[in-house]
Design a protein around this ligand. Structure first.
Ligand SMILES: [Zn+2]
Length: 116
């Protein structure tokens, strides 16, 4: 686990997160394939929104169990949130949005999310 700060492109949305980026995934579900995000999942307690809650637009589809939040100014999805089957709230952090992240220092696992 390492502590990072991150956020959207225009800096309106900023957060701090304790995260293990070596556990990252890419996914071919209907939204990830278009967005190109690299995701790593953390418990809600590891994530702190520093600012920009009022700047987030919530996009939901399918079973509406994932909040695909994006910045209404710059359009970047820097994180999403959802509740797992066990009822625990999780945050899907877009690892690409972490400050000074070295994308070549780890290899995301490809997940077949086409069903989601
Ligand atoms: Zn923004």
């Amino acid at each position: 686990m390492q502590k990072y700060q991150g956020g959207c492109h225009c800096q309106a949305v900023r957060y701090e997160v304790e995260i293990d980026v070596t556990q990252s995934i890419t996914c071919n579900c209907s939204i990830c394939i278009k967005r190109g995000s690299i995701l790593s999942f953390v418990a809600e307690s590891q994530f702190k929104l520093l600012k920009g809650a009022e700047n987030l637009t919530d996009y939901q589809f399918n079973r509406n169990n994932i909040h695909n939040t994006f910045c209404k100014t710059c359009g970047i999805t820097s994180f999403a949130s959802g509740t797992g089957p066990d009822g625990i709230k999780m945050i899907a952090v877009n690892v690409r949005c972490l400050d000074e992240i070295d994308l070549h220092s780890f290899s995301p696992v490809e997940v077949d999310g086409k069903l989601f």
